[in-house]
Design a protein around this ligand. Sequence first.
Ligand SMILES: [Zn+2]
Length: 314
Amino acid sequence: MPELPEVEGLAAALRERLVGRAVAETALASFSLLKTVGVPPQALHGRPVDDVRRYGKYLSLVVDGTHVVVHLMRAGWVAWHDEAPRTRLRPGGRSPVALRMTFDDGSGLDLTEAGTRKGMAAWIVDDPAQVEGLTGLGPDALGLVPPLEMPPLVGVDRATGEVRVAVSTTAEERAGFWAGVLAGRRTRLKGLLREQAVVSGIGNGWSDEICHTARLSPFALGDSLDAGQTGRLAEAVHEVLLGATERAVGRAPEELKDGKREGMRVHGRAGQECPVCGDVVREVVYADSSMQYCPGCQTGGQVLADRSTSRFVK
Ligand SMILES: [Zn+2]
């Protein structure tokens, strides 16, 4: 599932390609994708793209003041075409394409979703605050401010002309922010990091990496962390997400999905050697997800309960 770094990279790539272009046509192939009825996709035709933004893990195309907000969920993605395919999309057909947008220079993008379990969702609204999922988001995990108030993290350096990721928080602010988040929360770190109403942008993959970098057990309870551990967590969130965002920015949309794996040391690597301490990366498997961690780095060598016993461990 795309998380903060991948969606920020996607937003930057689309911003570069689309700002100043006008929407030529739209074709909705999956009617379950669109969650709003007020503004039909055809209303976007002929209007210019102003911006492309990220809110938490949501992507938004701003078309002449109207927001096309998308949550890619588990299997959704954006396919970019320098030249949009001319094939007609059949509504309800077998194509993974749920929505196609073409632009006035012949380019286009497809919102695609693989698999049979469709979860991707889109809203077309005049104000992003009309999307309930957006107003409920906690502060951005990198910017530490409410997503709807946050400028893009990616900008062009005026002096050098280079595209760069700019985050202006200090270590002190980050530690203070996380101390506030953790206070009174008797929730395991792994769950807490992924709770979008608390902090937005982190999902299953990067939460494993953050716990590993912070040398903290994913099962540690939020309010049990001391000041030193809280500081480590704050810096791990910052380092891991900033590094991943820097690697994501400048990549084409089709490279971003696989690029995510490169920066990961434990997530998706059960059975492999931890690059930090050499211990074997372990995993805990749940009904529809799993998490990976390194006992050597994170739990003092203790192996956490797997599926057969985890339901007894609260
Ligand atoms: Zn290790």
